[in-house]
Design a protein around this ligand. Structure first.
Ligand SMILES: Nc1ncnc2c1ncn2[C@@H]1O[C@H](COP(=O)(O)OP(=O)(O)O)[C@@H](O)[C@H]1O
Ligand SMILES: [Mg+2]
Length: 156
């Protein structure tokens, strides 16, 4: 087992798991598509990792107006990594708030009631799960607009 896997992880195809989540969310009427799907395996608890992916992809679909996901193998990094990239075309997150964005109950605009209200824990939970699997989540604002969420996990 990999260091950081948190015990009890098993090999999972990240591309297949992401495709499952995309299909489920699309079935709920959300705008979600997948553009690339490299076959990559990571080590994690399947149900936990699925929950993490669902939280992040659902955020792009609801807060970002639509999600475009891609799973690729990133061999440019020091350690070969599985990368799930989730892009949207929403407002993104103001740069000065990005550092706080993983805190429980973080809201870009606390005063505004969202059309898709959530508990405010989705991203914090996702980070906990991904960290336990030895990975990390990165958030950046795309130059062309919208948020980019990247989940990086060691290849199994
Ligand atoms: N794709 C996104 N684009 C812009 N803002 C986002 C996006 N995803 C999340 N956010 C902001 O981050 C907050 C926290 O997200 P999250 O932890 O998933 O909680 P919830 O979705 O329940 O509000 C959201 O309320 C929203 O303000
Ligand atoms: Mg959410």
């Amino acid at each position: 087992m990999r260091e950081g896997a948190g015990g009890g992880g098993e090999p999972i195809r990240l591309d297949a798991l992401a495709a499952e989540v995309v299909a489920e969310l699309a079935g709920l009427g959300l705008v979600v598509v997948m553009s690339a799907r490299d076959p990559v395996a990571v080590s994690a608890h399947p149900r936990a990792l699925k929950r993490a992916l669902r939280n992040l992809i659902a955020n792009a679909a609801t807060h970002g107006g639509g999600a475009c996901g891609a799973v690729v193998a990133d061999t440019s990094a020091a350690a070969p990594t599985a990368l799930l990239r989730i892009d949207d075309n929403g407002p993104g997150i103001p740069p000065e708030q990005l550092a706080r964005a993983f805190e429980p109950f973080f809201r870009v605009d606390p005063a505004r009631r969202r059309s898709a209200p959530g508990a405010g824990l989705g991203r914090a939970i996702a980070r906990e799960i991904v960290t336990r699997a030895g990975g990390e989540i990165r958030l950046t604002n795309r130059p062309e607009g919208g948020l980019r969420q990247e989940v990086m996990l060691p290849l199994a």
